[in-house]
Design a protein around this ligand. Structure first.
Ligand SMILES: *[C@@H]1O[C@H](CO)[C@@H](O)[C@H](O)[C@H]1NC(C)=O
Length: 279
């Protein structure tokens, strides 16, 4: 059996490696609901969620994480997506839960999506910030990332920070760091609030609505309850913070793309803004 392996063997081995490798979503994710509307396709390289009048669909990570930097490429529902919401978030399971949310609110064709974000600590949220994007999120895949470490939580879009929630425990503000969280995602109908505050309803003649996911990177995570943080040697994300370039980008996003900031909504908080808003 000397000599170079026949081409068919090389192809087979490459394919098997590809299937079992880091790019395989079957390894990281499991479908949780939707009666067949959620699918992992292309040998594990892509996941699609769909929504029709009967139901939406969803998935979650197999692992729970206690800190991590997780990237996912998502292509959102195209065309008339008004009334639909694609959620992508981390959440713990206890009744006083922690949660870090991206929610993508659909719109009529050609009208802008809104990226809705929120942070819950010990069951309390009410920390919404919303943004438009500087690109069409339905035309191609873009990378949406969480950085969650003991010092800070940062939301990124294509590597640009759009929101930071620092650890302000020294000021008595709870920070998520004691409960592991699982990645969750869903596509569902929320036309009672999603688009223009619920005024634009889902047009079911466009169903099924579909969102796609690929290239998940969860290499930089602390998988709970194992004590070590990821197999890679690079642990710099565990102490990463926004540097000055990051602060400049965050300001650019806030100045040009911010739609709503709870910290600027004094009407909603007549007895004073939440304490983290005054830092
Ligand atoms: C939808 O488009 C309208 C009109 O451009 C805009 O006011 C709204 O913020 C957009 N997004 C959502 C989710 O309603």
């Amino acid at each position: 059996m000397a000599g170079s392996p026949p081409l068919c063997w090389v192809v087979l081995v490459v394919c098997l490696l590809g299937f079992a490798g880091a790019g395989n979503l079957n390894k990281e994710l499991e479908i949780t609901w939707g009666g067949g509307r959620a699918k992992i396709v292309n040998g594990g390289r892509m996941l699609t969620l769909s929504l029709d009048k009967g139901s939406g669909s969803g998935f979650q990570s197999r692992n729970q994480y206690l800190f991590g930097k997780i990237d996912m490429q998502i292509k959102l529902v195209a065309g008339n997506s008004a009334g639909t919401v694609t959620t992508y978030y981390l959440r713990s399971e206890k009744s006083k839960w922690d949660e870090i949310d991206f929610e993508f609110l659909g719109n009529l064709s050609g009208e802008p999506y809104i990226v809705h974000t929120n942070i819950y600590t010990q069951g309390k949220g009410d920390r919404e910030q919303q943004f438009y994007l500087w690109f069409d999120p339905t035309a191609d895949f873009h990378t949406y990332s969480f950085l969650w470490n003991p010092q800070t939580i940062i939301f990124y879009v294509d590597g640009t920070p759009i929101r930071e929630f620092k650890n302000m425990e020294s000021l008595g503000i709870p920070f998520p760091k004691r409960q592991p969280m699982r990645l969750q995602s869903s596509l569902w109908n929320a036309d009672h609030w999603a688009t223009r505050g619920g005024r634009v309803k889902t047009d079911w003649s466009n169903a099924p609505f579909t969102a796609a996911y690929r290239n998940m990177n969860a290499d930089r995570t602390c998988i709970w309850p194992s004590s070590s943080c990821s197999s890679s040697k690079d642990h710099s994300w565990l102490s990463q913070r926004l540097d000055s370039a990051g602060h400049r980008k965050l300001k650019w996003v806030r100045r040009n793309y911010m739609v709503y900031d709870y910290c600027a909504d004094s009407k909603r908080f007549p007895h004073g803004l939440p304490p983290e808003c005054n830092v």
